[in-house]
Design a protein around this ligand. Structure first.
Ligand SMILES: Cc1ncc(COP(=O)(O)O)c(C=O)c1O
Length: 376
């Protein structure tokens, strides 16, 4: 049996999404920047997709920039807000994805930006009182960058509260929403975000395409220079089939949001119950209640003589899951997220992450294999 429990790393593309993309890989190949019919067709498809993404987050189409993925979108927002919007100080958390963490480090080391790290608790919840104190402490123009859901442990930020605090103290607010866009309702007005990012491959769309939402009052200059694509904000011929696929995947995800959420949450809760029944020493990293992403479960196993080889042994049994961050899939050592929670270093953490394609039978199979490893 093959079990894919690494859906926070990437998801399988939906057949319907692929079908929507195919004409743009075949007959509709025109460059959207051209004026004749071939180009007009692809231009119309790109603009339709932009409208779709904008409507889903209560933004306007002019505020959506298509990018190569979330890494580029997050880099553009953070470095751009320093380079073009006068940001002199960045507040962030110790558990951001590396593309955010290293962008902030870059601004600190090369662009003379002051940085502050907000406190988190042992489950990765941001201390909003500390955020308020940090916001109060300086008059410098500040960007707050906090992810909506952590990709390794699933802990959710109270994004509306964080956004309200940023508004109160006139700070710009960027949120890495890669794990929540197309999984949760997102409203950029209610959440008061100035920048947010998404990547299609996290919601059954294609890889290599994402977007940045930029509030119209706070637009940064291009990160990639060249032609005038994306209304001058991002040069390079558009990834038309990717853009069409991302919009199709997002539309489908939002149309089925409640059903998919209920199904996946039930699966996750079933897994939690089975783990507790079978392994008395089991623990979890991050929240496992409603302040948690329903797709992610980070399990902490007690050390035993085989625990160092756990991922490898699961892989031998056809089970795909992750030991560290999504993008370091397969690496069990040194997660900066798990380290920041200050848990027992000897325990082994494995992230299982689910999609609508997973089943209870797969959970039973994983439990059986874990029993074999831990109990014999
Ligand atoms: C929270 C988060 N942010 C950003 C990224 C980067 O996304 P991409 O690799 O599509 O650029 C990931 C990917 O794992 C992620 O989980």
């Amino acid at each position: 049996m093959k079990v894919y429990f690494d859906n926070a790393a990437t998801t399988a593309i939906d057949e319907e999404v692929l079908a929507a993309m195919m004409p743009f890989l075949t007959e509709h190949f025109g460059n959207p920047s051209t004026q004749y019919s071939f180009g007009r067709d692809t231009r119309a498809a790109v603009e339709e997709a932009r409208k779709t993404i904008a409507q889903l987050i209560n933004a306007s189409a002019g505020e959506i920039i298509f990018t190569s993925g979330a890494t580029e979108a997050n880099n553009m927002a953070i470095k751009g807000s320093v380079n073009y919007l006068g940001v002199e100080r960045i507040i962030t958390s110790p558990i951001e994805h590396h593309c955010v963490e290293y962008s902030v480090d870059f601004c600190r080391d090369n662009l003379h930006v002051e940085t502050a790290i907000v406190k988190i608790d042992g489950n990765g919840n941001v201390d909003l009182e500390d955020l308020q104190n940090l916001l109060k402490a300086s008059d410098k123009k500040t960007l707050v960058t906090l992810m909506h859901a952590n990709n390794e442990i699933g802990t959710l930020l109270d994004i509306e509260k964080a956004g309200a605090l940023c508004k109160q103290y006139h700070a710009l607010f960027h949120s890495d929403t890669v794990q929540t866009f197309a999984h949760f309702p997102i409203d950029v007005q209610k959440m008061n975000v100035d920048f947010m990012s998404g990547a299609a491959h996290k919601f059954h769309g294609p890889k290599g395409i994402g977007f940045l939402y930029m509030r119209k009052q706070n637009k940064v200059q291009p990160f990639i220079h060249g032609g005038g694509q994306e209304r001058g904000f991002r040069a390079g011929t558009e990834n038309v089939y990717g853009i069409v696929g991302m919009a199709a995947a997002a539309k489908k995800a939002y149309a089925n949001l409640e059903n998919d959420r209920a199904y996946i949450l039930d699966l996750k809760n079933y897994f939690i119950t089975k783990l507790k029944e079978n392994f008395p020493d089991i623990d979890f990293n991050g929240n496992i209640d409603k302040r948690s992403l329903f797709t992610v479960l980070n399990v902490s196993f007690p050390p035993n003589d085989k625990s160092a080889l756990l991922l490898f042994m699961l892989d031998m049994d056809g089970i795909c899951c992750s030991g560290g961050s999504a993008c370091g899939s397969g690496a069990s050592a040194g997660s900066h997220v798990i380290n920041a929670l200050h848990k027992d270093e000897n325990r082994v953490s494995i992230r299982f992450s689910f999609s609508k394609h997973n089943t209870r039978e797969e959970v039973d199979y994983v439990i059986e294999k874990l029993r074999k490893i831990f109990i014999g």
